[in-house]
Ligand binder design. Sequence first.
Ligand SMILES: O=C(O)CCC(=O)C(=O)O
Length: 257
Amino acid sequence: MSAPIRSQLEREGFARLPGFLPAGRVEALRARVEALFAHEGDRAGSEFRQEPGSRRLANCVNKGPEFRACLADPAILDLVGSVLGPDFKLSSMNVRSANPRNGVSQPLHCDQGAIADDRGFWVCNTVWLLDDFTAENGALRAVPGSHVWGRLPQDSLADPAAEHPEEVLITGAAGDVVVMNAHLWHGGTANRTDHHRRALHVFYCRSDKPQQTYQKPLLSQAAVAELTPLERRILALDDAVNDALSAAPAVRSGFLK
Ligand SMILES: O=C(O)CCC(=O)C(=O)O
């Protein structure tokens, strides 16, 4: 990946890869996402968390080859490795779709409520835009550089839901991917349009931390049979340390209860 992208990711805590996904893959993902929302109904997202004002899907690795194709893309893994170091795994793969006219911004948060530790950064998210992100439809906001501050918005701000004086809006086109150091203070904004705003979140963590969604027990035999060795490794399917870390339930969301 190009040096400017890497240095923006390091300096600002995020970088957008324009036109990363071809239109055909965006269409296939959208079609699968809508089929799953129709099929799962009120249960959608419940393997992780549901969110007022947004539709969510969780455990997407198990829900179609369109999603699995986003799990171990070499260019994305390279950037994620530049944040997390060489030893990392998938933490979760979810869809978030901000509802039309939902009237709610997410509070600024760091994913998993994570603060960098003495080994450095341990969470990195990638946001795959399935619709254009605009100033009106619930684009991401982020406070550039906040990934190195070593503190959480909820411990530092009177109102993490309020606009932050240093925040920027991360807009882009369907097919772009935003790679984000997930210690960055960020959140989805309110959708003021009549259309859903959909994104796939492919979220990674360092290998010594628990997965947000313990993948192994949630994967069907059919899905496992299709995995490459690299995908098995990224899912930590043969990693006894991960089994010990991730099997115990814990609070693993930045702000969702
Ligand atoms: O706008 C988005 O999809 C990102 C939302 C987000 O930061 C989250 O759900 O943790």
